[in-house]
Design a protein around this ligand. Structure first.
Ligand code: NAD
Length: 298
């Protein structure tokens, strides 16, 4: 299939590479020349602009993987943006993590233009992008999901249809809000137990076979040394950055405001990560938030 790919950053680059490896014909663009170079070396066609990707002869699908909603608006809705130039019928797929309201607005604009669009944010991080094991949360019409599914399956393992336009982003913000909250809960519980004299491994073992168990305790425990492969056991490097969690909690609280729904725990979690980031720790894995509880943050 002839596919356009715009946004070749930490996630987009390995995702696009997996599509090339799967035999798709790719036209790619990113403002960073080195990123485009990496793809053209692998066999993709290096386009010179967003517009050039959209105008690739015979294009069937176009995927974007951009930092945030402002970039998605600019790339799709800008004066010389994608919607102004992309031929009717090309299926548009945005995999960036953005708020559901913007996703729905851009999808509606695309629809008016004669292009179906799905939102397909991902979970799984750069490791999942490289290994082709991402989870895609997809919002869009049934027929469009059926068209996009086989392509996404070359970049991910779980491709979930979440409902109509914007619902992929809804699933993503709801999940990540819970993750942000549960990590702080895990950090408090682990810190409390250890401060009161328990061994961290034994405590984690009890929690993980009891009612407090969750992903933040059994797979990504924030206490150093409990899980050898978790970021906590390598100085909170790698993993999912505090600033990325902060971005997702911002999306969740913004979406909650639009829905007029109180998310007190989500908002509190957002403020705690914001304080941690303001201390200069935005680049550390988000489980490092435990350091503010243990009194170890600088
Ligand atoms: P990134 O900043 O590494 O990559 C974004 C790319 O978009 C950059 O290469 C940038 O040059 C390009 N870009 C910016 N403006 C552009 C424009 N106008 N036209 C074309 N290209 C443009 O970000 P990332 O880590 O790859 O994340 C991408 C998205 O995926 C974000 O929305 C992020 O929240 C989400 N996400 C990231 C992770 C992760 O672990 N990094 C995990 C899940 C979801």
């Amino acid at each position: 299939m002839k596919i356009g790919f715009i946004g070749l950053g930490n996630m987009g680059r390995p995702m696009a590479l997996n599509l090339v490896k799967a035999g798709h014909e790719l036209a790619v663009f990113d403002p960073v020349p080195a990123s485009v170079q990496a793809l053209s070396t692998a066999g993709a066609h290096a386009a010179t602009s967003v517009q050039a990707v959209a105008q690739t002869h015979g294009l069937e699908m176009l995927i974007t993987m951009l930092p945030a909603a402002a970039h998605v608006r600019a790339v799709y809705l800008g004066e010389d943006g994608l919607l102004a130039v992309v031929p009717k019928g090309v299926l548009l797929v945005d995999s960036s993590t953005i708020d559901p309201m913007t996703a729905r607005e851009v999808a509606a604009a695309a629809q008016r233009q004669g292009n179906a669009m799905v939102d397909a944010p991902v979970s799984g991080g750069t490791g999942g992008a490289e290994a082709g094991t991402l989870t895609f949360m997809v919002g869009g019409a049934d027929g469009d999901f059926a068209r996009v599914q086989p392509v996404l399956a070359r970049m991910g393992r779980n491709i979930v249809h979440c409902g109509g336009a914007g619902n992929g982003q809804v699933a993503k913000v709801a999940n990540n809000m819970l993750l942000g909250i549960s990590m702080i809960g895990a950090a408090e519980a682990m810190s409390l137990g250890v401060a009161l004299g328990m061994d961290a491994q034994v405590l984690a073992g009890v929690i993980n076979t009891s009612s407090g168990r969750c992903w933040s305790t059994d797979t990504y425990n924030p206490f150093p040394g409990v899980l050898p492969n978790a970021p906590a056991s390598r100085g909170y490097t790698g993993g999912f950055g505090t600033d990325l969690m902060l971005k997702d909690l911002g999306l969740a609280t913004e979406a909650a405001r639009a829905a007029k729904l109180p998310v007190a725990m989500g908002a509190l979690a957002q403020q705690l990560y914001q304080g941690f980031s303001a201390q200069g720790h935005g680049g550390l894995d988000f489980s490092a938030i435990i350091e503010t509880i243990r009194g170890k943050a600088a």
